[in-house]
Design a protein around this ligand. Sequence first.
Ligand SMILES: [Zn+2]
Length: 236
Amino acid sequence: MGKDRYRRQTLVKGFGQTGQKILNSKHALLIGGGGLGSNSANILIRMGIGSIDIIDFDTIDETNLHRTTVFSEKDIGKNKALVLKEKLQSVNTKVRVKAINKKVTSNNIDSFLANTDVILDGTDNIPLRLLINERAITYKVPWVYAGVNGTIGMVMAILPKKTACFHCITPNIPLSKSQEIPVLGSLPAAIAAFQCNEVIKILLGKKPAGLIIYNAWTQCFDTLDIKRNPCCPICR
Ligand SMILES: [Zn+2]
């Protein structure tokens, strides 16, 4: 085991041994290890990211289980980040997986960003995404927004000062009226895969796709080329 583990992946044109080497040398930060985040961590660790820090202060609830491929009933009541480390580290012992059982706030977010090559959004609320966006742009760290609501999922890779930022697109993000966001169980795995595709592309220096919108009912995609808002207070 080890030498040929990524053989089928390195056969991919445009990825190859070079892409694998780059991926193996990169550090990702995942903020939020729930439905979306757990699926994204699962994918990136299997694909061979160099290291990943997973931050989540929340515990696993029975109502989380319908939309993740990682957690099981035995994990109910345990911290999401710690369970992800425990389960996914054994999938790929070459990846350095760190679990951080903390709530991300404006006071501590900077301490998590050191040496981060890309941030993955596994959160479920707009204020925290706006905070990630602001700090990511300040520190010039690319990040990939991902969100799910009902049967609709959205993903957008944000390159500081190069693409539109989350603040530029916030008026286009539907806000949930209820505290509990409805989610079709199959959707987060799909959106996590799209998010990871954008993460890999960023790390390999490829151009982001724009704002990807997927509807699970109609099986339709839209990819919108969002222009930077010249008046955006965050990325102008
Ligand atoms: Zn902006």
